[in-house]
Every structure is written in structure tokens, then in C-alpha cells.
Design a protein around this ligand. Sequence first.
Ligand code: PLP
Length: 463
Amino acid sequence: MHKVISHPPEAPESFLSPAYAQRAMSQPAPRHRLPDGEMPPEIAYQLIHDELLLDGQERLNLATFVTTWMEKQARDLMAESFAKNLVDKDEYPQTAEIEQRCVSILGHLFHAPAGENPMGTSTIGSSEAAMLAGLALKWRWRKRRLASGLPADRPNLVMGANVQVVWEKFCRYFEVEPRLIPVTPGCYVTTPAGVSAHVDENSIGVIGILGTTMTGEYEPIEEIHDALAAIAKTKGWEVPLHVDAASGGFVAPFLDPHLRWDFRLPLVQSINVSGHKYGFVYPGVGWVLWRSQEAVPEELIFRVNYLGGEMPTFGLNFSRPGAPVIAQYYNFLRLGRTGYTRILKAIRETALFLSGRIAKMGPFDLVSDGSQLPTFAFRLKEPAPLSAFSLSERLHARGWQVPAYTMPPDAETVSVLRIVVREGFSRDMADHFLRDLHWAVQTGAGKPATPSERRKRANRFAH
Ligand SMILES: *Cc1c(COP(=O)(O)O)cnc(C)c1O
């Protein structure tokens, strides 16, 4: 959300001088009000291009899970398809076909049971995917309750306090009670015992996270699944499991193929994954898959015919860019299973190398090591020479973005830094980073945190 800012009117402009001598370049840029006149395209381009130099360097951003590098051919394909609107399946049937192929490929990758009619769709990211999966859970639960003549007015969703913000959003936007299972200092994932203690007959589902945002650890999905199966037996409550595999959905199938977290577990109803994270596509594409047609209540599917043929859709958006879906298919064709495996292996090795060096550096303890998602968190040993927040700020002075944040309830006393290793982050860059980390600790020791550092305490990480 942004506020509307008022702006004084501008005087008219002349375009007769060279780029940086033009008045547009020597005056404040029109900011908060539509300018009265035009400006030449190259000037508008240069003005915005220059302003964007002030953004961080995306490749030095170790905070985000989202793709910051793609091959030239993928960029070409995306540029060629900027005009394609994904919702317009009648006008762009091949783009629709490519989306369908991606759904099938992911269904196979996640072991969707062919006999149960698995379904899926692309979304703008895992957040939209999570909203759709959550809605399907809520509607199914309500139907079940009403069919048995039971009240259906107090739905809850069970999940760890370490969930990504999207699940709290889902609960607020769609009026479901969030049942957050606290984490504890030293254990930052949901446990089967925690799930058993929080589930009841009004639980529309449980969220298991394959790769938590906080530490990069996988939650014990199979154990959580078995706890739910036991509850179904003893109490008769049918509580399905949704796996938030935003990051891990593109990691585990390649690096941990024997880990059972997906549709191989019968209570896993649905899975979301971000194509723009370890699917290696620029933002925004996500995916959501359901194990069966029954898992998606018919009432949530809309059929519209005003673009041509009749198309069933389940989504929060109507128009959406087709380019990221096309880029996802490019990666599937280009990389195949061996390609994804090789890239992810290299990324995980870099993560393990970095975490190993950081552990040996002296002032740090690892909270996780990057052996699951290639993402790890570390904290300063007590007594700390500087705070995690000052350290983050100092690294920023060298261009690196490494978020510092406090852990969720009940582990708020623990503050950590987190590094997400992605494609495009080489061993050489890791060496540079280690040198700068060493520098930041040495030169920052003993300096008190500035007010702006203290303000950054609250959740600096965005993904
Ligand atoms: C990133 C992330 C999300 C949100 O995904 P977007 O694709 O950014 O919308 C949800 N859950 C987890 C675990 C994530 O890591």
C-alpha cells in the first residue's frame, strides 16, 4: 500500500538540449502527480534507469529466495512473450498448453497419484497458491461438517509460528483462526507433538513447511503426517495436510529424492511451490497442485466465456503475465532432471562451504547449516562483539544484503542472520563475502547500535 502524495505543478519543458542538459535532468523528476506534458522516450528511460541505480545489487542480495539470474535464451523468450496474457487461453492456446505441461511435470515430480485425477494451476507466486489451497481446505471442511449436521462456523488452521506471513494473511483475509504452534530456542520447526496438541475437529488442515523461511530447515512432514493419521484413527477427525514447499519443492525432488514429503503421503492434499525460487524463474510464477479432483470444491471453480471458449479457472487474479510460465517450461526443457540436480548440488555445496567457514570464524554459532534448503541462519556468540543488526548494517556498506531478524514466538530472544544461496552465487563470490564478513566484525566490534539499526530489528526479511 502506498499513500497518495500531493505535488506542486511544473512548468512546461523544452527538448532541444542533449540528454543531461535537458531540464528534466536538472530539475526534480515529476514524482507524485502526472506531469502536464510529454518527455522524449530516451530521457524518460535515462531518468528511471538512473534512479534505479540506487536499488541494491540484486546478485548481492543474500536475503531473497527469488531468482536473480536467468540465461539469455530464457530472457529472450520472456521478452518475446511480454504481451501474452495468461488468462486469455483462447487467444494464446499454446501458452495455455505450456502451462498445462508444467502442471503435469510438477505432478509427476511430486508423485501425484494418476488414478485420483490430480489438478493444478499456475499462480503469481506461492502466496496466491497458498490462498487457493487454504480456500479449498476451508470449503471442504465446511462441506464435511454440514453434511454431518455439525457447526461449521469456527474453522482453524494449524501451523508453526515459523510460517511465512502468507498463512497469517490467509487466515485474516478468509476468516480462519490461525493456530500457531510456538517454536522454542534451539528448535525452530513444527513437531508432530505440537501438531497433535493443537489440532481439533475444527481444523481445516495443517501446514507443513518444506524449507522454513527462518532457517532453511525442512519440517518433519512424514512424522507430522503420521501424527495426523493417528489422530484420524483415534478421534475420527479427518485433518488433511498441505505442504508449503515454496522453496523445497524444487530442492528435495532433486537432492533428497528419498525424503517422503509429497503426494506419496496419503493425507497430503495439496502442495504449493514458487517457480521463481529454486525453480529458477524470474518473478512471478508459483504453482499449486491438488492430489485429486475432489480436493478442489467445484464451487471455487469459475467458468467464463467472454474471451472465447469456456475456461475453468481457480485463481485470485484474472489477467496475469504469460512470460514467467513460458520461462518455467524453458527451464524444464533446458535443464531436465540432471540439470536441476547439478545446479542444486553446486548451490548446496556453496552453502555448506560458507556455513562451515562461518562456524570456524569464531564469533558465530550456526543455527542451521544449509544441508536442507541451501539456506542457513547463524547467530553471534555471547558476549557478542556487536549485534546481529549492526553486523547486517555493516555488511550493507559493502553492498551485501544479509537480513538480521528475531525468531518467532516463543524464541524472540534469539536474533540471527540468514544467507540464501542461489544460482549465480559462485565460490569466488563466497570468498569475497567471507572476507567482508570478517572485516565487518573486526571493524564493527564495540560500536553501539545506531537508532536506525535498532529500528531494523523487526523482520527485515521480505520472503
Ligand atoms: C517465499 C515463501 C512463501 C511466499 O511465496 P511467494 O512466491 O513469494 O509468494 C510462502 N511460504 C514460504 C515457506 C516461502 O518461503
